[in-house]
Design a protein around this ligand. Sequence first.
Ligand code: ADP
Ligand code: ZN
Length: 702
Amino acid sequence: MEKQQLLNTLKEYFGYDSFRPLQEKIIRSIFDGKDNLVIMPTGGGKSICYQLPAILLPKLTIVISPLIALMKDQVDGLKANGIEAEFLNSSQDAADQESIFQKIDKNELKLLYIAPESLQILDRFLTEENISLIAIDEAHCISSWGHDFRPAYTQLGYLKKRFSNIPIVALTATADKATRHDICQQLNIPEAKKHISSFDRKNLSLEVRQGIKRFEQIIKFIKNRPDESGIIYCLSRKNTEELAEKLQQKGLDAKAYHAGLKHEERESIQDDFINDKTEIICATVAFGMGIDKSNIRWVVHYNMPKNLEGYYQEIGRAGRDGLPSDTLLFHSYADVVQLQRFAENTKNKDIQVAKLDRMKQYAEALTCRRKILLSYFGEIKQEDCGNCDICKNPPQFFDGTVAAQKALSCIYRLKGKEPLTTVVDVLRGSQNEQTLSKNYNRLKTYGIGQDISWNNWQQYILQLINLGYAEIAFHQGNALKLTKHAKDVLFEGKKVHLAKVPDRKLQTAAANNTSEKIAAENSLFEKLRQLRLAIAREEEIPAYLIFNDATLKEMERSRPMTDDDFMLINGVGRKKMEEYGYRFIKEIIAFSKQKRTRKKQKKGKTYKITGELYAEGKTLEEIAKERELSEITIMSHLLKLYDEGQNIDLKQFIGKVDLEAVKKAKKELGDPDKLKPYFEHFEEAIPYNDIKIALKIIENED
Ligand code: ADP
Ligand code: ZN
């Protein structure tokens, strides 16, 4: 197979200009007639590995997939790309099935999707003569080692026996070795070529924060990301509902999703999310497996997951289109204790506890998190990633020997019988019932740590545990005990370096958030997104099947206005250009025209133009720059517009303290009608312009 032919097919049918790592190698191996096992992370691009060969191979490709709900979307997606595809399942009526059988007979189909349970319906139609390739998606379902075992998959071993000359390609995102081996054994393809791609998803940022004031933190996090889709994973059904409701009360577009909802309800929530009608889903881990939405921009874990496999799969649902996406994990001591209890009560307790330990190490890491994560999946990286919170904001260490000595001797005095919270209470000399009733206020260590906050003590002690000086006895009421290394610190003067607890000032999003939102609403990207949604509704297919966000972003950047230019966009194939090109190009031209007219008008009513730019979400600075006017002039325009009733948020231009000062001065000075008295009152510390703004705000408030 010529390279050019593969590339042409990729562009023609899928719209992409180049292969992702491994795709071409896998495709070539399929053309060589070999069996293949493909291990790629979610979003890595597995589908093209069998869809592209299917187009070029002479006969039918059978695709076995466990998720009936997803099959229809995949088939719709293929059809939208001009590829002959169908799916077969037991819910179809006889006539539908019959028409598919006929297509197989006439060799009119390129791909046929089917669930393993339904394979028998096909049995008498399939021969080595009429099929070219068998693809088995989510192949880990065959293995009871894996996490989604499906009994119906275990019968798939007969395929190789019956069609021994037909290549099989098995695909999965599950990395562990035992499962990989098991897949090949059970499918009778022990010689399969293994293609294992990197699990590094560079576009996902990684961040872990302490689980305090989670709700406030989440609100700020979301407000910094207007109009973006995201998932918040919670531990229980009840949590999902409560959180969704609280978010709704804050005016956010959030829904709860869990296995306890009725089937139709779940479907409609999923559909709305896929079509960008609902922005935020608060879900249990049940959510995600069956959805293929490429523009999920963020994933938050409200609670810590039980292991890194689950965590990685869940954050992996973000950013499948390759655009930058953010992930945030909340880490709390209480969660760890609860998870530990769960783990200890499972059948294979040792494994579960060990896995939880790795999860904890990740959450409490003081070095690059991605390195830790990837090493868990057997990938060793030399370089720090630069896209995790530790890399962006490396912890600062200090000599924490004295603090360590205080904490360890307090644990010693409490005889290894009390949990972390009590240790901290005693250190801080807390007067609560617990400490007093047990006479802990008579201990030597009582109150020796008042200079350190409660939360910081907790963090330092967790670090001491990670450093091996103390341990938690989970089966003894989580009591803290010293390890044998503690004496090095207590008696032999060993130095301890502790990491400072980051002072995470909650980012102040609110002020500039409104302007960001307006900016987003007026962008070409947003216009294109609206158009995509309209088309999706007309055709009753999910929006992402038309073009994904990465493709719309590229249209926004390069503004194609002819068919040829449009075809150059990554993600635009022949069929979609013919089907949708006209409408998208029209939208792009209209948008550009509107911009130009405004540029021409610019010399006219000057303050009105400032108003338009402001409404688009531009900042004072940006407007001044674009209009080549001073910021003072632009400010005077905004004040005028404010007087005329345009919605202008003046508070963003002045600090709270200054505003209060002007308020006070107004009373003290007897409400002068000139600015100068104020200016002199403040000894020129507050500029004229700010005084003016403050007075406008005060006037309006009155
Ligand atoms: P997986 O099945 O491995 O989770 P998909 O096959 O759904 O991943 O692909 C994920 C996303 O990447 C899809 O939006 C797909 O269109 C896109 N994609 C796949 N291959 C390429 C490529 N060569 N160039 C650009 N985008 C690609
Ligand atoms: Zn890093």
